[in-house]
Every structure is written in C-alpha cells, then in structure tokens.
Design a protein around this ligand. Sequence first.
Ligand code: SF4
Ligand code: SF4
Length: 128
Amino acid sequence: MDMRIIKKYILTHFKCRSCGSCCCIEGGVVYINMQEARQIAELLNISRLSFMSEYVVKDWGWLMISTERHRPGCFLDEENKCQIYDARPYACKTYPDWPEIWGSIESLSKETKICPGLKAGYHSYFLD
Ligand code: SF4
Ligand code: SF4
C-alpha cells in the first residue's frame, strides 16, 4: 500500500469538523517555541513574561502550554474553539499532516479514532 497516495487523497479531501478532539488527546502535550510564545502573548495582549509564568511549563528546555496535568484543555473555549487560533503553534497548524500519522496504515487508523475529519477521509478512500 502506497502511503503517499493515501495521504495525498485524504489530505486533499480533508475537512476539519472543528471538534477540538486533537487539542485534548489523552496524555497529549502542546509544545511551543519562543517565537510562538511572543506571538501568543501579543494576541492575548499580555507581556511575554506574564504569558510565560501563567501559561507555560518548562521541562528540559521544552516549553509547553498544555500537558496532561497543566491546562489539559489547552486554549479551547466552551464551544471547542481555539482562543489563540491565529497564533496557534506550528504543530497545531500542520495537524494532521504529521509524519508519525502517515508512517503506516496502523498509525493512520489509530489517528482516525481521534480525528473525525481523518476518519471520513479514511472511509472515503477505503470504503466508498
Ligand atoms: S493551541 Fe489551540 S489548536 Fe493548538 S492544541 Fe491548543 S487549543 Fe488546540
Ligand atoms: S480532531 Fe480533526 S476534525 Fe477535530 S478539530 Fe482536530 S483536525 Fe479538526
């Protein structure tokens, strides 16, 4: 099975359902870099220092705005909308185009349990 063809098809037809499920994966971590920290602080209209102390945890030099224990819902509001959408981190902007998802049918299939947009594309490719 050629994962490149499957990926191209599914991502070309991909429609995000805005469900927020990918923002609160069990055990998930949302990393940022300093440039993203600056952009998010700017969007929130607070200083970078306030942003860092209020929203960010550090571990071995990594900066995280959400972990299992720290702000597990990340920046989702009650309607599952990202409150920092325009300044969201690179990983959020590129999901679900992550190499680890497209490495095998098994990893893709596993991810369809999280993302209904992927699930629809997967079903369309394999079942329609
Ligand atoms: S920054 Fe926004 S898009 Fe990214 S995980 Fe957090 S809530 Fe979701
Ligand atoms: S899980 Fe998929 S469909 Fe839901 S918000 Fe994330 S990308 Fe969109």
